[in-house]
Write a protein that binds this ligand. Structure first.
Ligand code: KG4
Ligand code: ZN
Length: 337
């Protein structure tokens, strides 16, 4: 089954073609980061307008690259939520209209399910069950995954998401938006032991997180020592955030008996997190799986893949022209496949 996937939940337009028998055929991405960076964050209305400009050219691009035409597509998957309402509506509207015109089924995909299943787009995918650490700009969650659509929330952040903490700390250090990659590049040049920052909820005995206190601790430190020490502060922040993520993820594996850990979402691109997690997991007999680096951040491939799992398993009907999006949507409420 050939599935077109469309992602438009935030500041990246992603389109991909996934063949359930032959794997990923092509994917294309347009990032709006340069446009939003002048404002220090995503401007929702500008995001929606830009998705409108990009979504059809990207669709033509993946079709041409994989030598297919619209009539070869058997189903369309799009991000239904969570995300920015206007941005979601662009992808949903395009996907549902195209599916209607082609008389093929369409399926709305949960953005985080896309992230969580993205390490499965691989020649050596992890088997179920596994624990998933979802670390994006908007979410930090530990999920027990026993199959597609079978998700049990083990713990989550009580305030800021991990990516949000990276972004806000980067802003405090005068780095641009999005701050995660810039902060981790600066941290690589700093001394993580020069300053000591708190490890919030490290020993709370559950699988929840809290990152807002860490950000406040950075603010206090910056006020005290100034920005000349920015690299050491960045390294101290990264080391504190990563230590909590690593310890809680491994504890969640031990608690649930899972021997596989999947890391997904933008912060999963962080080199220090990958290094620490892989090293500490190995000593406990846990194998860690990451998506391809380009599929850590938002992309169409993960939506095409997750949508294909549902389209193949379900007898989806051909959509009519009414549809809605879900800017807020709990992952644990999805139907099992
Ligand atoms: O998954 P994603 O692309 O979008 C959401 O669905 O939120 O994640 C974006 C987040 C941003 O907060 C960004 O700063 C962070 O991922 N990020 C990183 C790195 N690359 C992206 N954080 C830390 N280190 C990185 N290398
Ligand atoms: Zn995302």
């Amino acid at each position: 089954m050939l599935v077109l996937g469309v992602e438009s939940s935030c500041d990246e337009t992603g389109v991909a073609l996934y063949d359930s028998a032959h794997g990923l055929l092509a994917h294309a991405l347009y990032s709006q980061i340069a446009m939003h960076s002048a404002y220090g964050g995503v401007v929702p209305e500008l995001a929606s307008r830009d998705h409108i400009r990009r979504v059809l050219p990207l669709t033509r691009e993946v079709l041409a690259e994989s030598d297919r035409t619209l009539s070869d597509i058997d189903g369309i998957a799009y991000t239904e939520g969570p995300g920015l309402a206007g941005a979601l509506l662009v992808g949903a509207g395009m996907a549902r209209a195209l599916a209607y015109a082609l008389a093929i089924p369409a399926v709305g995909v949960h953005h985080l399910e896309g992230h969580m299943l993205s390490p499965l787009i691989s020649d050596t995918p992890p088997e179920f069950p596994f624990v998933a650490l979802l670390v994006s700009g908007g979410h930090t969650q530990l999920m027990l995954v026993s199959g597609v659509g079978r998700y049990t929330l083990m713990g989550e952040t009580l305030d800021d998401a991990a990516g949000e903490a990276f972004d806000k700390t980067a802003q405090l250090l005068g780095l641009g938006y999005p701050g995660g990659p810039a902060l981790s590049a600066l941290a690589a040049t700093g001394d993580p032991s020069r300053f000591s920052l708190p490890r919030p909820m490290l020993n709370s005995g559950d699988f929840d997180f809290s990152f807002s206190g860490l950000k406040t601790a950075v603010l206090t430190l910056v006020r005290k020592v100034g920005l000349d020490e920015a690299a050491d502060i960045a390294a101290a922040f990264q080391s504190a955030a990563v230590e909590v993520l690593v310890k809680k993820s491994l504890a969640a594996c031990l608690h649930s008996g899972a021997t596989r850990l999947v890391v997904a979402g933008g912060v999963g691109a962080n080199a220090h997190l990958r290094e620490r997690l892989t090293r500490d997991a190995a000593t406990r007999g846990i194998a860690v799986f990451y998506p391809r680096l380009e599929f850590c951040t938002d992309n169409g491939a993960m939506i095409a893949y997750a949508g294909a799992q549902r389209l193949v398993a379900q007898s989806s009907s051909i959509p009519d022209l009414t549809f809605a999006v879900k800017p807020r949507w709990e992952l644990a409420t999805l139907d099992a496949v």
